[in-house]
Design a protein around this ligand. Structure first.
Ligand code: HEC
Ligand code: HEC
Length: 402
């Protein structure tokens, strides 16, 4: 599986430059072409629209560059084993290249959820499967202070806060220890060090343990993530009126018609990124244990959105994921239970859910009775959401491999 992914991503070579990236560096808002109404297909606009950038974290090329170094830096984990990119690899749309159902963090600790793709993540209203984080800035500290991902502790001094939704506590591997590791990285003569990068991004002349802060780190990573723009799939060509895009791919066209018609996938997977940004129970049934499940009496299952809202009506609901580049990001669902797109449809959607009696199943999940050819057609359509330019974008290259 991994070999297949790597070879397909190398195929186009590394010559394609993201215009969005360049645009994003100059402006305080990343202004795309604007969401264009699409009379032929009102539920999927032709372009992604404008990204809202927080006023206190405007985009600059220097912050993006620092964020890129941090994103690929294994020193962000306590034992130097795990970078963000370990679980979010650009060659498959920033999902986990290792193909595990749930991702392995530092010290080979297994997480409880599947690592999502980060394509067009800037458009998300909520982050993570249960939507616990409202912004990329707030989220960026999540994996850093997660005892199953990067393993850092909060410091007992004033340098950082201890919000209850980060899965960590105070301890010896605190942010002072983290900042020292990062600064240590500057001593490698082969690499552009953090001293230069932090000064360029944040204008501090004193890069020492004092000059670096979690705020800088979180904001820089968020700037880098906002450049993950995927707009060049075959579907985009079709949706923008290209007569040739699906010319030799009749199943993909049929699949799109099923997706928006008989199969009604579009009732949840709508908008430019094929997500309504809402939480639903799509009938897959109860998943494995979740360390975040602190609501009593649930038997140790992952209750999804309910772990945030504490409302019974949100039990087992998860965020509708984007489907952009989805053919690259197997396995599927919050717990990685399905290994292929055909399985997703055959084992779940085609008969109204894997567990039709699960609590709070969404009313739009009904037996579809699709024929095998129709299932194949939907899969062929989903494959056309791959963006080959995105997965080889040189702006997403690992800077530590130079
Ligand atoms: C050990 C693997 C692992 C590491 C390391 C990791 N992530 Fe993730 N990431 C995940 C998993 C699993 C999820 C889903 C978490 C959840 O739903 O609770 C996730 C979710 C996310 C999301 C939200 C995606 C969405 O669709 O809502 C973003 C953004 C993200 N990660 C960015 C990062 C950044 C930035 C770093 C480094 C600071 C990082 N990740 C490190 C595994 C990882
Ligand atoms: C009622 C809303 C709803 C409908 C209708 C729906 N989905 Fe989903 N879809 C979801 C949610 C929610 C998830 C995540 C569920 C989870 O992980 O527990 C999901 C997950 C997926 C995934 C996995 C993506 C990933 O990255 O893991 C695929 C693929 C998918 N849906 C395709 C489809 C197709 C194809 C259809 C139509 C046959 C469809 N969906 C209909 C809400 C819906």
């Amino acid at each position: 599986m991994n070999n297949h992914r790597i070879s397909s991503s190398r195929f186009l070579g590394a010559v394609i430059i993201s215009l969005f990236f360049l645009a994003s560096c100059k402006q305080d808002q990343l202004t795309g072409p604007g969401t264009t109404s699409n009379p032929g297909n009102p539920q999927i606009p032709k372009s992604p629209g404008t990204i809202m950038i927080p006023a206190d974290n405007l985009m600059t090329p220097e912050k993006v560059e620092l964020g890129r170094h941090l994103f690929f830096d294994k020193e962000l984990s306590v034992d130097g084993s795990t970078a963000c990119a370990t679980c979010h690899d650009p060659s498959i749309g920033f999902a986990d290249l290792r193909g595990q159902a749930t991702s392995m963090g530092f010290a080979q600790r297994m997480g409880t959820r599947n690592a999502p793709s980060l394509a067009n993540i800037a458009y998300n209203t909520f982050l993570t499967w249960d939507g616990r984080f409202p912004s990329l800035e707030k989220h960026a500290a999540g994996p850093i202070f997660n005892s199953l991902e990067m393993g850092n502790n909060f410091s007992t001094t004033q340098r950082d806060t201890t919000p209850s939704d980060y899965n960590s506590g105070p301890g010896p591997f605190d942010t002072n220890f983290l900042f020292k590791r990062l600064i240590g990285h500057t001593q490698d003569p082969q690499q552009k060090g953090y001293a230069d990068l932090f000064v360029a991004a944040w204008g501090s002349s004193e890069i020492s343990v004092k000059g670096v802060s979690m705020d800088h780190i979180q904001k820089s990573i968020a700037c880098f993530e906002r450049t993950f723009i995927s707009t060049q799939s075959m579907f985009d060509q079709y949706n923008n009126g290209s007569a040739t895009a699906y010319k030799n791919n009749a199943p993909a066209l049929q699949g799109f018609q099923l997706f928006t018609g008989k199969a009604n996938c579009v009732s949840c997977h709508n908008g430019y990124n094929f997500t309504d940004q809402q939480f639903h129970n799509n009938g897959i049934g109860v998943g494995p244990n979740n360390i975040f499940d602190t609501v009593g009496g649930t038997g140790g299952t992952d209750i999804g959105r309910m772990s945030i809202t504490k409302k019974q009506e949100d039990r087992y609901k998860f965020k509708t994921p984007s489907l952009r580049n989805v053919a690259l990001t197997a396995p599927y669902m919050h717990d990685g239970r399905y290994s292929s797109l055909a399985d997703v449809i055959n084992k779940n959607y085609n008969h109204g859910g894997n567990d039709p009696n699960v609590v709070n199943k969404d009313p739009n999940i009904k037996a579809l009775n699709l024929t095998p050819d129709e299932v194949t057609a939907i899969v062929e359509f989903l494959k056309t959401l791959n963006d080959p330019a995105f997965t080889v974008n040189p702006n997403f290259a690992n800077p530590w491999l130079k």
